[in-house]
Design a binder for this molecule. Structure first.
Ligand code: 13P
Ligand code: SF4
Length: 304
């Protein structure tokens, strides 16, 4: 089957089998085209709660499917490609953070949503890159232990200067791999372009940007801007999607390193296989994990 035939089959099977397909914006264009909801991790977590279908298929990475299950425990949630982990989410586990917490008993533990369900059970509040600054500002406690991303954490600390923010040594190897020499080279190659970067990039790179924001923040900025040319400092699929959305503008990739293998591992054929023969992986979380992890996601929605 070619792409169009696969897409037609997927649209038919979604209806027949009562599936809703969610796709993170880092997924390939042909997957976004068959999704019912697309967006960044915050938008998907809110959309997931509204879904009425019995079955949810997540095209993204494992922590996103777990978040759906936590918010909709009565539904069957499937991860389209079982190998789609997130290198950052896998960096810190519950045992390690339990020990760190003992050193910081008066701190509110703020977890980036890119964490496992197990780890969320011992955190106080979740944030996404689009909500982190607002949520940290809304937390009463001055002392914040921000995990796992030290780059997003440093960005938040700069925006919330009255908070005492403790960071650990975690982060996204894809975004954090971009260096200032690459930024200088891109700016020299495209002198009229604005540079838009994700806060998972290192602070030295973020400081050189015209705009720092989440995936959806970057997309909104580029769509609404009067400027006609941009260098995109996040996963390369965002430049591709923007080019479809704004054919009159030019989008350049900041670095060829900005390819997330975990996000790229899901294919349209995986989506089809999940629907035709229960492929993918059904997410199973026990009731206690769901209850405890939900507290910090509910706090995110309350404070965000
Ligand atoms: P967003 O929160 O912007 O969707 O980012 C998720 C992610 O994994 C970025 O690398
Ligand atoms: Fe995880 Fe980084 Fe990939 Fe985002 S880009 S899913 S943080 S590894």
């Amino acid at each position: 089957m070619n792409i169009t035939q696969l897409q037609e089959q997927i649209m038919k099977l979604k209806k027949e089998k009562d599936f809703c397909v969610l796709a993170h914006s880092y997924q390939a264009h042909e997957i976004l085209e068959v999704a019912d909801y697309t967006g960044d991790s915050y938008k998907l977590s809110v959309d997931a709660e509204k879904v009425e279908n019995k079955n949810i298929l997540m095209c993204g990475v494992r922590f996103m499917a777990e978040t759906c299950k936590i918010l909709s425990p009565e539904k069957n949630v499937y991860l389209a490609q079982p190998t789609a982990g997130c290198a950052m989410a896998d960096q810190m586990d519950r045992e390690y953070i339990s020990k760190v917490k003992q050193q910081y008993p008066d701190y509110t533990v703020v977890a980036y949503i890119n964490t496992t369900a197990q780890l969320k059970t011992i955190c106080d509040v979740c944030v996404t890159s689009s909500s982190a600054v607002k949520i940290v500002n809304n937390i009463e406690n001055k002392n914040i232990l921000f995990i796992p991303d030290c780059n997003l954490g440093a960005y938040v600390a700069e925006q919330c200067s009255d908070k005492n923010i403790k960071l650990l040594n975690g982060g996204c190897p894809i975004h954090a791999g971009v260096n200032t020499d690459e930024v200088k080279a891109a700016k020299a190659a495209y002198p009229n372009a604005l540079l838009l970067v994700h806060p998972e990039c290192i602070p030295e790179v973020a400081k050189m940007a015209d705009y720092v924001g989440s995936t959806s923040g970057i997309m909104d900025f580029a769509v609404k801007s009067d400027c006609k040319e941009f260098i995109i400092g996040t996963e390369i699929s965002i430049a591709e999607h923007l080019q479809y959305m704004c054919p009159d503008k030019k989008f350049h990739i900041l670095s060829q390193k900005l390819i997330c293998p975990s996000m790229k591992v899901t294919t349209l054929a995986d989506v089809y296989n999940c629907l035709i023969s229960n492929g993918g992986e059904k997410i199973e979380l026990d009731a206690q994990t769901i209850k405890d992890a939900k507290k910090c996601i509910d706090e995110m929605i309350r404070l965000g």
